[in-house]
Write a protein that binds this ligand. Structure first.
Ligand code: SF4
Length: 274
């Protein structure tokens, strides 16, 4: 269900590494990923409780953004941080597209993170401003069955991979977010290898991160846990073994890589695994 709301600000300061601001034109996210932290951080109670079912459209976002860019110091804007800026409603509302036009037209840098090939609609803007834009695509797994379980309504992995290739071909600076890595779900060398190969093919940096427990996730993750009992494990030894696998594969393929936190280079958000 979509609800239209009015907001008093849409460009928020963020403490996220390497981002100065976040631009979230929607609250909530249709993709409804089972591991999504967004529900723990949104200020809207019903959006958090019915994550993926209720989405707010900030209908005055453009007007507010235009006022805000006149006031604030230039910097790097994360698009978005607690929602997917290219979830399906964006095809009609175009709040992300129009936001990009305003931000880039006003001299800001933009770091986009999404799971959707809808980002390709905006290739004209992205390639025109490629010196101030980077685009990250979250790919947790290339296995469509696993993806359907953990990210029930997000675009399938093959579509994300194609989007990444196209962006890269157009000269846009790209990166892959491999996260969250979950024990027994997407942590095997074979699973990671395919994603590293995609990073190599597209010249993308790879950021990785692990599942983290947040408010609301116990219930949301239960279908995943049923199929993969260790999915919510945060055991240190296991994580270190996976870090080693990621490192070996990336070094073999010549892919730059690093943990998503704390030392991230550019863009993507702390809260988002788009
Ligand atoms: S992880 Fe990203 S795409 Fe998935 S529900 Fe959360 S905001 Fe949406």
């Amino acid at each position: 269900m979509y609800k239209r709301i009015k907001v008093s600000n849409v460009l928020s300061k963020t403490g996220l590494y390497d981002l100065d601001y976040a631009y979230n034109p929607y609250a909530g996210c249709y993709h409804g990923c089972r591991y999504c932290y967004g529900r723990a951080y949104t200020r809207y109670g019903e959006v958090a409780e019915a994550w993926g079912e209720i989405i707010y459209v900030k209908e005055n976002a453009m007007q507010i953004l235009m006022e805000e860019v006149r006031r604030v110091r230039r910097g790097v804007v994360g698009v978005s941080t607690i929602t997917d800026p290219y979830q399906p409603i964006e095809a009609e509302e175009r709040l992300t597209r129009r936001g990009l036009e305003i931000l880039l037209g006003s001299g800001f840098e933009v770091s986009i993170q999404t799971k959707s090939p809808l980002v390709l609609r905006d290739l004209d803007i992205l390639s025109r401003h490629r010196d101030r834009v980077d685009v990250g695509i979250t790919i947790t797994t290339l296995n469509p069955t696993v993806a359907r379980l953990i990210e029930p309504r997000a675009p399938e992995p093959a579509a994300r991979a194609e989007a990444l290739k196209r962006l890269s071909m157009e000269g846009v600076n790209t990166w892959i977010f491999l996260g969250p890595i979950m024990r027994g779900v997407n942590d095997s060398p074979e699973a990671i290898e395919g994603i590293v190969a995609l990073a190599a093919e597209t010249g993308s940096r790879l950021y990785y991160d692990f599942f983290r427990m947040k408010r609301g996730l116990a219930a949301s993750m239960s279908p995943v846990k049923e199929r993969y009992p260790e999915a919510m494990s945060m055991e240190h030894g296991w994580r270190m073994r996976v870090v080693e696998i990621v490192g070996k594969l990336c070094e073999r393929e010549g892919v730059p890589y690093e943990p998503a936190f704390p030392a991230r280079e550019r863009g993507s958000s702390l809260l988002e695994y788009l």
